[in-house]
Design a protein. Structure first.
Length: 100
């Protein structure tokens, strides 16, 4: 288990199922399956910046970082395939939501 991952703006939610956390001090993001309570996968981020914030838009994840020079950088990458729901996963989400 890690210490405090990051400052505000460090979490985003994908497809009503996955929570993605930015670990600024470790230069990585981790996806958690909120339905199962388990880690899906962790990804290392490019090391040229201190990554501060994370969000999602459309089919991409966005991170805001600062280089050592002080230049601000916006990094975008496609939503990882592990976080794109297939038909079975969609059925799981619908079934779980029916009890709410």
């Amino acid at each position: 288990q890690r210490a405090h991952p990051s400052a505000r703006g460090a979490l985003t939610f994908i497809n009503n199922r996955y929570v993605v956390a930015l670990w600024s001090n470790f230069g990585s993001i981790t996806a958690f399956d909120a339905m199962r309570g388990s880690v899906v996968k962790e990804w290392r981020l490019p090391e040229h910046a201190k990554w501060l914030m994370l969000t999602r838009g459309g089919s991409s994840l966005f991170m805001l970082g600062v280089r050592q020079s002080g230049a601000v950088e916006l990094y975008r990458f496609p939503t990882p395939p592990e976080l794109i729901l297939d038909a079975t996963a969609i059925a799981d989400v619908v079934t779980a939501g029916a009890g709410w």
